[in-house]
Design a protein around this ligand. Sequence first.
Ligand code: C2E
Ligand code: MG
Length: 278
Amino acid sequence: NQGVLCTPQMQQDICEYMQLSNHLYRALERNELVLHYQPQIHVDSRSIIGTEALVRWEHPGLGLLPPGKFIAIAEKTGLIHPIGEWVIRTACRQNKAWQAAGLPKIPVTVNLSVLQLNKPSFVQQLDAILQETGLEAQYLELELTESVVMHNLLATIDALAALRKRGIAIAVDDFGAEHASLQYLTRLPIDKLKIAKPFVQGMAGNKKDAAITSAVLAMAQKMGVRAIATGIETPQQVALLTHANCQEMQGFYFSKPLPPEAMAQLLQHGLAGPAGTA
Ligand code: C2E
Ligand code: MG
């Protein structure tokens, strides 16, 4: 007994949601998911110190879809569990294969959804994947957003402690973008903060963004936590961050996320020239 108004855009969104969620059930078994890898750079040495695995969906009709189009659907439908497990296994297997091919031994980072970390069997699942792929735990890093961390703080502390005991590093993604409770920094066992893109990208034009970025970098250093700046697109941002004592960076300026073959080439040959044109 109600009338509902719907704009053409809403109608289109609902159709897209239905279409994608129906297909997502089959995407894994049809091998339509792929991982791309974005390098993380130590600026002074221009060396690659890690890679972040980012999932994409090679949709048969719609082309290569970014995670923004389907991770939320995967979370709603519960498909995030098999998809998340596939992502961890594939990233570990790929990193081990690169190491076996003689490429530099560096960690691969995987993004986690809150639902994955809260699953009681998650730590066992990780153990099984590390054993199966032969990747040493120190070469796997997990990235959580602040909302994941805050969701269930006590359970999260236990899960993170269990992971760190194994040698798996924990990074907080998009630091400063959401809750940014400083209290959790004192309570959570974490290794690394990833400074959210908007602060980094605002640094050049906005004194407040620059002040926050510098303060987070100084705080991380004093706490003995590593910090990495993300979303770097310009040489000016590199200069400002270097001036603020930030050495670890990730962004399109150095490289976009790459398919595994291209990432292997980059690992082998390193970044091109000082302009970061790789
Ligand atoms: P994120 O973890 O913050 O990953 C970085 C995102 O920023 C990536 O988008 C990357 O392509 C983009 N990016 C990197 N450098 C730059 C830059 O210089 N400028 C700009 N404008 N963007 C840059 P992508 O691949 O579309 O991923 C979006 C988000 O999807 C990720 O954000 C992450 O939260 C989520 N995600 C990706 N893969 C997975 C996954 O396997 N599992 C889960 N649960 N989430 C994932
Ligand atoms: Mg991330």
